[in-house]
Write a protein that binds this ligand. Structure first.
Ligand code: MRU
Length: 364
């Protein structure tokens, strides 16, 4: 049963459907202007959903890729089909390491199996990855809550700022950065979330949408307002998700995260990063070597919304021949991060901190 709700109905972001192999997703390119469920039937549908950001958010990208492998093997289970699926999905988006983590796990599970057993095993493994993601996010909520509460100033309400969407829409359920927020709210704690718009893809609108579905008080701000709000002293903590955490604790996350971390440090506000194990890349020594996605300039030149007749639509705000650059992620150095929060607990954003949390991790 999903913990999060859409119009009061428990809902996950991705779920297998009965009958011939397929999964349903919430089409996040339609939100918040329309709620639409989309069926993915095969590898091509799955790769397109990740590429076009119909599914997005590091953990959800990983889970969707796992189902993509399973759908490819449901059609043809031989080695060339498996390798083609892994290659196609690995090329969809570069920064979120959860994608590569999920593909490596699917490969390890499947490669030595007889062809006759592969399709079934792939489906089961994708399902396990989805269930584990849900459970890990739930634990991130439990582990992050005490950190948020430690910064509360009762009787004032707890004021938390976030960036992008690291809520349940970015995972299977619960979210990463928002999991402790939902945990607090569900325990009756007076909490309010400052949500930055997150231009140009406006993932902050997804955050506002899902907080509203759950009834969590929140306020949307333009990205550029974050520094002022932090400097004024009204924010108790900033919490964000991550697309890849390097072995030294540097974090790749949505563009604009670094500016928030700088402003938080300058204002003496703690800055937390919440992510599951699948987001940590122990093979990546530091943030400088994390591949950062550059997306199409049209994302900056166009804006989406509802028109005067209340229909979803797009408007051009900049001529097609205006030069733009659109980096989708930035790196926040470990030195600006107060703590990392995972399903195992919390730790310093450092090599030692991460090793302490994952002692079984072999040295690379
Ligand atoms: O480009 P997106 O929307 O996939 O980027 C999402 C983010 O940057 C999130 O903050 C990150 O994946 C953490 S989500 C739990």
């Amino acid at each position: 049963m999903a913990a999060m709700r859409v119009h009061g109905t428990p809902t996950r972001t991705i779920w297998p459907v009965a009958g011939p192999r397929a999964v349903d997703i919430i089409d996040q390119t339609a939100l918040p202007h329309a709620y639409r469920v989309l069926r993915l039937h095969n590898l091509a549908d799955t790769a397109q959903a990740i590429r076009s950001m119909q599914v997005r958010g590091a953990p959800l990208i990983g889970v969707t890729a796992a189902y993509g492998v399973a759908l490819a093997l449901a059609a043809r289970a031989d080695d060339s089909s498996l390798q083609a699926a892994l290659r196609t999905l690995a090329a969809t988006r570069p920064t979120a390491v959860n994608l590569h983590w999920a593909l490596a796990r699917m490969q390890a599970c499947l490669v030595d199996l007889p062809l006759s057993g592969r399709a079934e095993a792939a489906w089961a493994e994708a399902g396990r990855i989805a269930e584990e993601d849900l459970e890990q996010c739930r634990r991130i909520g439990d582990n992050g809550l005490p950190l948020l509460l430690a910064n509360a100033r009762p009787p004032s309400r707890l004021e938390v700022m976030t960036h992008c969407n690291a809520g349940w829409l970015a995972t299977v359920d619960h979210g990463t950065a928002l999991a402790p927020v939902y945990a607090a709210f569900d325990q009756g704690i007076d909490i309010h979330v400052w949500v930055s718009e997150t231009r140009p893809r406006n993932q902050g609108l997804l955050t506002a949408w899902e907080l509203r579905q759950h009834g969590v008080p929140h306020t949307l701000i333009a990205d550029n307002a974050a520094g002022l709000l932090l400097a004024r002293g009204g924010i108790d903590a900033v919490i964000v998700g991550a697309d890849r955490i390097a072995a030294n604790g540097d974090v790749a996350n949505k563009i604009g995260t670094y500016l928030k971390a700088l402003a938080a440090r300058a204002s003496g506000v703690p800055f937390y990063v919440a992510a599951p194990r699948s987001t940590i890349d122990f093979a990546c020594p530091d943030g400088a070597v994390i591949p950062l996605e550059e997306r199409a300039g049209e994302e900056l030149r166009m804006v989406q919304g509802r028109d005067a007749t209340d229909l979803p639509g797009e408007l051009r705000q900049l001529a097609i021949d205006e030069a733009v650059v659109n980096p989708a992620f930035d790196i926040t150095p470990a030195s600006l991060i107060s703590a990392l929060i995972s399903e195992r607990g919390s730790c310093a954003a450092s090599n030692a901190g991460l090793r302490n949390l994952y002692p079984e991790q072999p040295l690379v």
